[in-house]
Write a protein that binds this ligand. Structure first.
Ligand code: 13P
Length: 266
């Protein structure tokens, strides 16, 4: 820790959502790989759809880019038609799994209890969960932002011990900023990230809270990334739209690389 600042590695994560068939995925990941030559200070992950996990994973062998999935089910195996277990993700080469994305909460009725089970199940299989939290515009307008985030964090992380907590990644994704081109301001992002770290500290310890990486997600792009990533408690980005173009995503990684060096030497 330097000047009270934990040296968290910035983390740039791509959520491809429901995009790319095999050929597109291969082209995209090759484009990203080709532009990653000298990157060494930041962690990078891509989360393609399940159907191309294996082909993208094959492209990532011997690179510094890690593979993640966009969701997981909490049971090990059995009669759960259409679902994918943590073990299957590990088998497909995943290190990370995104859990509780607002699109899953909104369109697939995921609640905090299911999210919590998924986080636990992921950890049990040694996957690193990226737990997504975020308020809607309605909730922000009504002054409920911190209440909503508090509930999502407390329920989402219930029963998880300090050791597992410190390896965890949180993604703050204000629902109103996702896919809208209207990102949170740096003040809004920093305020929420500091709040989330504080909530985590309250039920664990300062060490754990300082180790947890909190990503920002919601219309992050090369124009706003530098300012957002420079905030004390913003430890990376979970990128949707801007991750679907190799050049744009690579630019984000380069920006993170610069910010990382600056953050560690300031
Ligand atoms: P956009 O970057 O397209 O706003 O999406 C953010 C997101 O939902 C990442 O999980």
């Amino acid at each position: 820790m330097k000047d009270g600042l934990a040296l968290r590695r910035l983390f740039i994560a791509a959520n491809w959502k429901m995009n790319t068939i095999r050929q597109e995925a291969t082209e995209l990941i090759r484009g990203i790989k080709d532009r990653m030559g000298s990157v060494s200070a930041v962690d990078i992950m891509v989360a393609p759809p399940f159907t191309v996990l294996e082909s993208v994973g094959r492209e990532l062998l011997n690179t510094r880019i890690q593979l993640g999935a966009q969701d997981v089910y909490f049971e090990k195996s059995g009669a759960y038609t259409g679902e994918i277990s943590p073990g299957m993700l590990v088998d497909a080469g995943c290190t990370y799994v995104i859990i509780g994305h607002s699109e899953r909460r909104q369109y697939f009725a995921e609640n905090d209890e299911m999210v919590n089970k998924k986080v636990m199940a992921g950890l049990k299989s040694y996957l690193v969960p990226i737990l997504c939290v975020g308020e809607s515009w309605e909730e922000r307008k009504q002054g409920k932002t911190f209440f909503v985030l508090n509930q999502q964090i407390l329920f989402g992380l219930q029963g998880i011990d300090n050791h597992d907590l410190s390896s965890l990644v949180i993604a703050y994704e204000p629902v109103w900023a996702i896919g809208t081109g209207k990102s949170a301001t740096i003040e809004q992002a920093q305020e929420v990230h500091a709040y989330l770290r504080n909530v985590i500290q309250e039920f664990s310890s300062r060490e754990v809270a300082e180790a947890v990486r909190i990503l920002y997600g919601g219309s992050m792009n090369p124009n706003n990334a530098r300012d957002l990533l420079s905030q004390r408690d913003v430890d990376g980005g979970l990128i949707g739209g801007a991750s679907l173009k190799a050049e744009t995503f690579s630019t984000l990684v380069e920006i993170a690389e610069e910010v990382q060096r600056w953050k560690h030497h300031e």
